[in-house]
Structure formats: structure tokens, C-alpha cells
Design a protein around this ligand. Structure first.
Ligand code: KG4
Ligand code: ZN
Length: 343
């Protein structure tokens, strides 16, 4: 079975082909960073319009590169949520039109299930059961995964998602959009000894997170410390603050992951979603995995953030078993992973 996957939940247009015989056949990604950067964040209306412009040419060149024709595709998977309503509508209308024209089934995929399954596209594929840390711009969740489609929520952020906190703190520091990678870059030269930031809820035995207090703390430190500073000192302050913030987030995430593994008796952890691209998080996790004798698996860097490959793959798991949506199926801008139908 050959599945076309289409991702348009936010500010990336992703298209990919996944086949039962050959695995991931081809994928293409276009990032809207330039469209939104002058506004310091994603502008939903501009995002939808840009998806409209990009989808058809991207699918055309994807098929050309894979030397395939539309009529060879057996199903179309698209991101149905969670995400920006306008952007989801563009992807869903486009995907369903293609499926209708080709006479094949269409299926709405949960974006977070896509992230969660992305590590399974790697050669070092995790074995079930495992614990998944989903850390993106909208979610910070720990999930126990029994098999594809069977997910138990162990804990989640009670306020901001980790990626959202990265983005907001980057804004406070004047680093602009996209915040996460820019903050991580600024933190490289930061002095790790200058500040020690609080780690909210780290000692609570539950598996929930809280990041909004850390964001407020960061804002306060900048306000207090930045008075009367020269250009170079201000730059140093921002790097040091970025470093302290990043270390705190990494510490919290790592700590809760180990706790989740202990509570579930799982030996494998997967990390997925945009924040799992963070080098310090990966480094820290790798260091601790040796000590705790656990296995940590991530997707390749380009599949940590939004992409079409994870949607093609998650959709293939369901389409091959006959799951599909009829024309009455709507997008779901808020769609908890715990409300996905079982396979
Ligand atoms: O998964 P994703 O591409 O989109 C969502 O589903 O939200 O995640 C985007 C989030 C953003 O908040 C972004 O700032 C964060 O992931 N991010 C990072 C890094 N790369 C992306 N955060 C920290 N370090 C990074 N290297
Ligand atoms: Zn995402």
C-alpha cells in the first residue's frame, strides 16, 4: 500500500509518501519561517494562505521525484488536528479532493500521534511498550504506549507547553521567531554558573509539568539585571539567562521521564516533537540513559519538528487496516491524543 501524507497544522507544509514495501519513499518540507519572522510569531491567516500556495506544487514535485503517478497512490492521510483551524482546513480540503479524484480513501490523522510514531521511521525502531515524551509548541505530555493506537496519558503540562515557554522566553530576550532554536543557540555561550533557575514541580511525585512560573522568573531576572548595561554586557546577560532557562527545562523534562519509566517499568523512552531537537536535552538524556540503563530513541532532527513523513506513516498504520473517514468528517483543532480511535 502506498500512502500520501499531508501536514499543514501550523507553519510547515509537509508532504511524503510511505509504502508497505519500501518504507519512506520520499518527503518534502517547506517552512514558513520567512513569512512569519517579521511578525515575531505565527500569523494564522498568513499560514493558511501559504499552505494553499505550496501544497499542489509540492505534491507534484514529490511524485515526480519518486517517479510515481497519482493513480498509484492507495490512500491519502492528512493532519486533522490539533493545530490552527485555517491551516488544518486547507490540508484537509486538499487531501480529500485528491483522494476523491483518485478514488481512494482519505484519513484524518492526529498530529501528536504522528510525532509519537516518528521515531519508528528510524532503523533503530523502539519496541513496545515504551514511554513517550511529546514536547512541542503546544504539548508537553508523557504517554505510555502499549502499541500503535493504544495510549495512556501519564502526565502533562498544567500551563504552558515546553516549546511555548522556549518561544515566549526567546521573545522576552528579544531573540525573535522561531524562538526555540534561537534560544538554544544563544545558550551555547552562556555561563552555566551565573544563574540557577527554579525547577517547578520537579520534586512532585506526579508526572505533570509547569513552565509558566519559569517564564515569569526569567522575565523578572532580565528586568532586574539589564538596567544600565552596555551592548556587550546585555548580550552576555541574555546568553547567561538563556542557558539557565534551558538547563532548568532540560532538568525538569529529564527528571520526569526517568520517573515515568520507573513508574511503568518500561526500559525504553522515545522523545518527539519540536523540543526533542534540542541538543542539550538530547545530550542530557543520553548521559542519564547510560546511568539508568534505559534506551532513549529520537527521530532524526528534521522529523522532530513538523513534517509530512510522520503523517504518511501514522496514516499508513490505519489506512492499511481499512480505517478511513467519510466526507462528513471534520477537522479537530483541539484533539487530545487520548481520544484517538483504537486500531
Ligand atoms: O513539533 P513542532 O514543530 O510544532 C508543534 O507541533 O508545536 O514544535 C515546535 C516547537 C516550537 O515551540 C519551537 O520553539 C520548539 O519546538 N523547538 C525547539 C527547538 N527546535 C524547535 N525548542 C528548543 N530547542 C530547539 N532546538
Ligand atoms: Zn508538531
Amino acid at each position: 500500500m502506498l500512502v500520501l501524507g499531508i501536514e499543514t497544522s501550523c507553519d510547515e507544509t509537509g508532504v511524503a509518501l510511505f509504502s508497505s514495501r519500501d518504507g519512506l519513499v520520499a518527503d518534502k518540507l517547506y517552512s514558513q519561517v520567512e513569512v512569519h519572522s517579521e511578525f515575531g510569531g505565527v500569523v494564522p491567516e498568513l499560514a493558511s494562505r501559504d499552505h494553499i500556495r505550496k501544497l499542489a506544487p509540492m505534491v507534484k514535485s514529490l511524485l515526480e521525484e519518486a517517479d510515481l503517478e497519482g493513480h498509484q497512490i492507495d490512500g491519502v492521510a492528512f493532519t486533522a488536528g490539533p493545530g490552527l483551524a485555517g491551516s488544518l482546513l486547507v490540508g484537509s480540503a486538499f487531501a480529500r479532493s485528491l483522494a476523491w479524484a483518485w478514488g481512494v480513501p482519505a484519513l484524518g490523522v492526529n498530529h501528536m500521534e504522528g510525532h509519537l510514531l516518528a521515531p519508528m521511521l528510524e532503523t533503530d525502531c523502539p519496541e513496545f511498550p515504551f514511554v513517550a515524551l511529546l514536547v512541542s509548541g503546544g504539548h508537553t505530555q508523557l504517554i505510555e504506549v502499549e502499541k500503535v493506537g493504544k495510549y495512556k496519558l501519564l502526565g502533562e503540562s498544567i500551563d504552558d507547553a515546553a516549546g511555548e515557554a522556549f518561544d515566549k522566553v526567546a521573545k522576552i530576550l528579544g531573540l525573535g521567531y522561531p524562538g526555540g532554536p534561537r534560544l538554544a543557540k544563544a545558550a551555547i555561550n552562556g555561563d552555566p554558573k551565573r544563574f540557577h533557575f527554579p525547577r517547578p514541580m520537579i520534586n512532585k511525585s506526579n508526572l505533570d509539568f509547569s513552565f509558566s512560573g519559569l517564564k515569569t522568573h526569567t522575565a523578572r531576572v532580565i528586568e532586574l539585571e539589564s538596567k544600565d548595561l552596555g551592548e556587550k554586557e546585555l548580550l552576555n546577560l541574555k546568553s547567561d539567562v538563556a542557558r539557565a532557562f534551558e538547563e532548568a527545562v532540560v532538568d525538569i523534562l529529564t527528571n520526569k521521564c526517568i520517573r515515568a519509566l520507573n513508574q511503568t517499568n518500561c526500559k525504553t523512552l522515545i522523545m518527539a516533537g519540536g523540543v526533542s531537537a534540542n541538543s542539550r536535552l538530547r545530550m542530557n538524556m543520553d548521559r542519564i540513559s547510560d546511568k539508568e540503563q534505559i534506551k532513549v530513541i529520537y527521530p532524526r532532527i528534521e522529523f522532530c519538528t513538523d513534517n509530512g513523513a510522520m503523517i504518511a506513516y501514522a496514516g499508513w498504520h490505519r489506512l492499511r487496516l481499512g480505517q478511513k473517514n467519510d466526507l462528513s468528517f471534520h477537522i479537530r483543532p483541539r484533539w487530545p491524543i487520548t481520544e484517538i480511535p483504537e486500531i
